[in-house]
Ligand binder design. Structure first.
Ligand code: CUA
Length: 172
């Protein structure tokens, strides 16, 4: 069977591309320690009252923790708690770990204008750790379709300077 040389060329290109895609997955998992969401980060979405999500908000991290503050956020139809009714307030120059879950359906949690962006899946706890250098108020957006009022599901993340941050507002 005769295969035209252009066709042979493009078959070669696609095989190389497939090899590169497989290599990125293998290297990502072995060298860069990427993980899919694991069982250690699951919660029962029907029983969140037994977890820290029952009292969401910003907490001081446990002594000896690798971060300074832990933020628990519930994404639900159609609000972030906290975030929508009142902003999530965090200080600059601190290591902050976010924990986000949903009691109902799939949502998103995006800090607009940053690369902080995660899916929020019922039963799973999405986490990321970050640090803000300058005071600024960011928008929060849900970027997964979650129902009739998805398009109005938004909130605020307020980063204030370390000296203005009031630890009395922390969740105990
Ligand atoms: Cu929540 Cu879209």
């Amino acid at each position: 069977m005769h295969i035209h040389r252009f066709e042979r060329f493009w078959i070669g290109v696609s095989l190389v591309a497939i090899a590169i895609f497989i290599a990125t997955v293998v290297i990502g998992f072995s060298v860069y320690d990427l993980r899919v969401i694991g069982a250690e980060k699951t919660v029962d979405p029907q029983n969140l009252q037994e977890t820290k999500f029952a009292d969401p908000g910003v907490r001081k991290a446990e002594p000896g923790s690798e971060v300074d503050y832990e933020v628990y956020v519930m994404s639900r139809q159609f609000m972030f708690n906290p975030g929508t009714a009142e902003p999530i307030t965090v200080p600059t120059d601190a290591k902050i770990r976010f924990h986000i879950t949903s009691p109902d359906v799939l949502h998103g949690f995006e800090v607009v204008g940053t690369n902080l962006n995660t899916m929020v899946i019922p039963g799973q706890v999405a986490t990321f750790t970050t640090r803000f250098d300058t005071p600024k108020t960011y928008g929060l957006l849900c970027n997964e379709y979650c129902g009739a009022a998805h398009h109005v599901m938004e909130g605020r993340l307020k980063v204030v300077s370390k000296s203005q941050f009031n630890e009395k507002q922390l969740v105990q």
